[in-house]
Design a protein around this ligand. Structure first.
Ligand SMILES: C[S@@+](CC[C@H](N)C(=O)[O-])C[C@H]1O[C@@H](n2cnc3c(N)ncnc32)[C@H](O)[C@@H]1O
Length: 585
């Protein structure tokens, strides 16, 4: 990311034809936004026509802007006087008033605050359900129709692979339509509003005094573009149980604020109890999609056990631990993976055009085993285990592995066929018995945190060479980078790491909308070994960013050689930008 100059300092000195910096490749919002900005400037060629002595826009001035497109970060982008203005909560075709917040001179863009819409564009058709929309940083898309949100998320996946995979367009299949969430509001089974300590709290503590809460602090989420917490009384993307919990937790904090010596994050986690006839009394009883009577409550103690059911599997987890948090879409995801993870059966046409099993073509190896890297509490291992003779889940967190093992027992999955080990994915394959998990008979599921996989993991995976890979990701940009490595291979790095040949081709690619009303999209990529049958690899991929993608790719390779693009190491649970409602926590 470019260094920032002091705001509005002097005139602008735009360097013509300046060299594009290589993508930093961490999949951060800033990086993704910058790629969109550069492409927009380049497409319009405004950067070259721009007068040398153009004055930068003054901070806090209000401008009228017409939005030309929506970036992959969910922001509107507008062009004016040779620079790009980034406007949150906007839609293509809108004319809006926006307030200048910060200018990044080197990259010819300016971050703004949304003020109002003067002329709505054709896509601004929805009335946001949330009274805090366009102030709270949690949602970006409540003003857009759902089919438009899904189409935009498909574009996000396309652009991610064009800009961050380093693959030529022909190596990327047509991205499938985004699979929508059955619930578009009321879907989040976990929310974590917070409140901050009052000013002077640190001093009070240092002096051994109790913190003086002069008033009830705002309890909610970050105000967009600030580090301030907004008071949020309701959050319509939360499930009903979570919204009830939000109300009562806010009330509890208000009553007991003097017991707090610092700010705090509140946990609101839905809990589902299945009931038998006769047990079903009380207000919180509903029928789920399968006709079960259920009581939905909200758990606020992170150590208490919360229960969820997916595909009739029961998941009991500590309420504060990671678990996917849009249950409505999970059966669609697991079914999609079941339908796609195994090598497709070949149906070789005979000369007369018919196809039966009387064929000389070698059958694809039968996949008997599954390795679930980054398994958490075993969501994929458990929901897919019936398809495999042996399944193993690996996660770096011993607590998650303990939960996963208990959940397997709870669901009567024998440890002889479904088991879990606590290990670093980077050492995964030293923990695997290759006689049992024969690579040609094994599919690997990957669902890493937002930062994606480490190169060490990719090297191990290429060395082990499983028959198929299913890569699930909450950050399609780091996913695209990692898939690029699996397809293209990795260059040698000093004495430490040898070059590795790429082994895979992408069979299919699509997004799942785990987080309606936000710009997040979950990507699912299915990879098969090069040269194995099936799929329609190499279908045309028409994307405006494709040329840019190839260019970034060559820069990426260059940077790889000097070892600049390694993801940050360490363990982190997947989380979006800090200021947003966590999408994966
Ligand atoms: C996005 S979560 C996926 C969890 C799981 N697949 C699910 O659906 O519930 C990512 C998981 O990666 C784990 N993790 C992070 N770094 C790891 C590493 N180096 N090796 C193994 N697991 C890791 C985290 O503990 C977390 O459980």
């Amino acid at each position: 990311m470019a260094q920032k100059r002091p705001f509005n300092e002097g005139k602008r000195h735009f360097k013509k034809n300046k060299k594009q910096k290589s993508a930093a490749n961490d999949g951060s919002n800033e990086e993704v936004l910058l790629v969109d900005i550069r492409r927009l400037l380049r497409d319009t060629k405004l950067s070259e026509d721009e007068p040398e002595d153009q004055q930068l826009p003054e901070q806090w001035t209000e401008l009228e802007l017409t939005i030309s497109e929506l970036s992959s970060t969910g922001d509107g982008l507008a062009l004016k006087d040779g620079r790009v203005y980034v406007v949150p909560f906007a839609a293509p075709g809108d004319t809006v008033t926006a307030k200048v917040v910060r200018t990044v001179d080197e990259d010819s863009y300016t971050i703004t605050d949304f003020v109002s819409v003067s002329e709505p564009g054709p896509h601004r058709t929805e009335t946001p359900k949330c009274p805090y929309f366009a102030q709270c940083s949690g949602c970006q898309f409540q003003h857009l129709p759902y089919d438009y949100q899904l189409a935009h998320k498909r574009k996000i996946v396309e652009k991610a692979y064009a800009n961050f995979s380093g693959l030529p367009p022909l190596a990327v299949p047509e991205v499938g339509e985004t699979i929508g969430s059955p619930l578009q509001y009321g879907y989040r089974t976990k929310l974590t509003p917070h409140f901050d300590a009052p000013p002077g709290a640190r001093r009070d503590k240092r002096q051994g005094n109790k913190v003086d809460w002069k008033e009830i602090p705002p309890i909610g989420y970050m105000k967009k573009g600030t580090r301030k917490t907004m008071d949020i009384e309701e959050c319509p993307i939360g499930t009903e149980a979570v919204q009830r919990g939000m109300k009562s937790e806010r009330e509890r904090v208000r009553k007991n604020i003097n017991d707090y010596q610092r700010g705090a994050t509140l946990l609101l986690r839905e809990n589902t109890e299945r009931l038998k006839e006769g047990e079903a009394d009380g207000v919180e009883i509903t029928k789920d999609d399968d006709g079960n009577l259920v009581r939905k409550t909200c758990i606020t103690d992170s150590r208490a056990i919360s229960t969820e059911y997916v595909d009739d599997f029961r998941f009991d987890n500590p309420a504060g631990a990671f678990f996917q948090n849009n249950n409505s879409i999970l059966p669609l995801v697991t079914q999609y993976i079941r339908d796609n993870i195994l090598a497709p059966t070949i149906d070789t046409p005979k000369e007369n055009g018919s196809s039966d099993d009387n064929t000389t073509a070698a059958p694809p190896p039968k996949i008997k085993n599954m390795i679930d890297a980054y398994c958490g509490s075993g969501f994929f291992t458990i929901t897919l285990s019936a398809m495999f003779t042996n399944s193993i889940g690996i996660d770096i967190s011993p607590q998650s592995i303990a939960s996963a093992s208990q959940i397997a027992t709870l669901n009567k999955l024998p440890p002889s066929s479904t088991h879990f080990i606590a290990a670093d994915a980077n050492d995964l394959f030293s923990a695997i018995d290759p006689a049992k998990f024969v690579p040609a008979e094994t599919a690997v599921v990957i669902d890493p945190p937002r930062k994606g996989c480490d190169k060490g993991f990719i090297r191990q995976l290429l060395a082990y060479a499983p028959e198929r890979v299913c890569y699930v990701s909450c950050n399609v940009h780091t996913q695209a980078r990692d898939v690029g490595w699996l397809v293209n291979g990795l260059l040698a790095e000093g004495d430490d790491a040898e070059g590795m040949e790429g082994l895979y081709e992408i069979e299919s690619l699509r997004g799942f909308d785990f987080f309606p009303q936000t710009s997040h999209v979950e990507g699912v990529a299915i990879l098969r070994k090069k040269g194995t049958p099936a799929g329609e690899v190499g279908r045309g991929f028409e994307d405006v960013g494709a040329t840019l993608g190839a260019e970034v790719a060559s820069e990426q390779k260059e940077a790889d050689v000097v070892g600049k693009l390694d993801g940050d190491s360490g363990i982190m649970e997947a989380a979006p930008e800090a200021s947003e409602i966590s999408s994966r926590s």
